[in-house]
Design a protein. Structure first.
Ligand code: PGA
Length: 252
């Protein structure tokens, strides 16, 4: 039996207007009441306020998909951690590959956001993952451990309890291609070894590591049965209550 509680998170990305977000959130809250795992939904910023009212007092945690690395001030277009807290956000997704690749976020920049979130006692889902090119060049393990080391630079061991790591191979996101259970588990094991090197065996053992990349109801159970896979970060399949709830219900 694993000491780690399974964690299923839905990343809605740039989808759902506020009315649609409210009805999706309400269906998820209803269906997830008896969930055996931790559940989070991360709507777009514009729907946080509405969804916040729906998840309040339930077992579904409200997540944000990003935040500024600065506390406040002249940062046009950015969203601060206090703004997120004000809306009842309990966790923030940082370092998603779409932020890294499309918006040029570097390990250093992501590290500054992680440190700010932790200083403010905000939970973080910290995403890492290699591109197809990197995988084909045999560099997946190196790339992912480097992202872990750089992203967690100067993060004290005591703060790790606020962090979940999401391993999301870039080539599996939104493509319908999933890493095999074994391939995913191998990288999760590498992440755990990296944590053991930086911190300790105990912290490595406790870290919840989600897999992300085309997780669906029909592949979730297989992935979640692997020793080092403790949950899922779900994109596309989190946009339909029935599909997302089926993934949640695959945690027995
Ligand atoms: P996907 O996205 O499930 O649509 O592949 C996963 C993610 O990017 O978090």
């Amino acid at each position: 039996m694993s000491i780690r509680k399974k964690y299923i998170a839905g990343n809605w990305k740039m989808n759902k207007l506020s009315a649609e977000a409210s009805s999706l959130a309400a269906e998820i809250v209803k269906g997830a009441k008896a969930a055996k795992c931790k559940v989070l939904i991360a709507p777009p910023f514009t729907a946080l306020s509405e969804v916040s009212k729906i998840v309040k007092g339930t077992n579904v945690i409200l997540g944000a998909q990003n935040m500024s690395n600065e506390k406040s001030g002249a940062h046009t277009g950015e969203i601060s951690i206090d703004m997120l807290k004000d809306l009842g956000v309990g966790a923030v997704i940082l370092g998603h590959s779409e932020r890294r690749i499309i918006y040029g976020e570097t390990d250093k920049f992501i590290n500054s956001k992680i440190k700010l979130a932790l200083a403010e006692k905000m939970e973080v889902i910290f995403c890492v993952g290699e591109t197809l090119e990197e995988r084909e060049a045999g560099k997946a393990a190196d790339v992912v451990s480097k992202q872990v080391i750089n992203g967690l630079k100067d993060v004290p061991e005591a703060d790790l309890s606020l962090i979940t790591i999401a391993y999301e191979p870039v080539w599996a996101i939104g493509t319908g291609k999933t890493a095999t259970d074994r391939d995913a588990d191998d990288v999760h094991a590498i992440i755990r070894q990296t944590l053991k090197k930086i911190y300790s065996a105990g912290s490595a053992e406790k870290m919840v590591i989600q897999y992300g990349g085309s997780v669906k109801a029909d592949n979730a159970a297989g992935l979640l049965s692997m020793e080092n896979i403790d949950g899922a970060l779900v994109g596309g399949a989190s946009l339909k209550a029935e599909q997302f709830l089926a993934i949640i219900n695959s945690v027995k």
